[in-house]
Write a new protein. Structure first.
Length: 169
């Protein structure tokens, strides 16, 4: 029987990311947190998830540093969950995933849209290069390449990619 590869042993940033947010409950919990939910009962009502499963998911998000658990009541002790800076940094990912899902639907079929908070106008999120403002959805114009910390295997994988460092670098 072949041994399974643990995600934390992989150097690919996609594998590392999936380790933290790959379960669909995680994405939904984070989405609720972005909408301002902080309390166990709010998450449970929104998601219709069992108490034990929600407890496990919240503990994982806290352990991964995406949420922090803090008391809001002392007698009896009750806790709320707040997004950490790391958790907040995932908002563009959630927005991009929702936008991708909506792009597959007719406008009348969309149950949730992203709007400008001041105007109420629907917006179309895109991912762009911060330096140039160019959209990154062109798979021929933007490709992955080995980074500075890449292993030999990763360098070999991307050796023929445009932008790959020359062999003598």
């Amino acid at each position: 029987m072949a041994s399974r590869i643990r995600l934390e042993d992989r150097e690919c940033p996609l594998s590392t990311t999936v380790q933290h947010v790959g379960e669909w409950w995680t994405l939904l919990l984070l989405h609720d947190a972005f909408d301002g939910y902080t309390r166990f009962d709010q998450f449970q009502e929104s998601l219709g998830i069992s108490s034990s499963m929600l407890t496990t998911r919240l503990k994982t998000l806290v352990a991964d540093g995406l949420l922090e658990r803090r008391p809001y009541q002392t007698n009896p002790v009750r806790h709320e969950y707040a997004l950490t800076e790391l958790g907040h940094s995932l908002r563009p990912v959630i927005v991009a995933l929702a936008a991708w899902g909506n792009s597959r639907l007719a406008p009348a079929e969309r149950s949730m849209i992203l709007v400008d908070a001041h105007t109420g106008e629907e917006v179309e999120p895109v991912i762009v290069d911060a330096a140039t403002g160019h959209r990154l959805d062109d798979s021929k114009a933007y490709v992955f390449a080995a980074g500075p910390a890449a292993s030999d295997a990763m360098r070999n994988r991307y050796a023929t990619s445009p932008g790959a460092p020359a062999a003598d670098e």
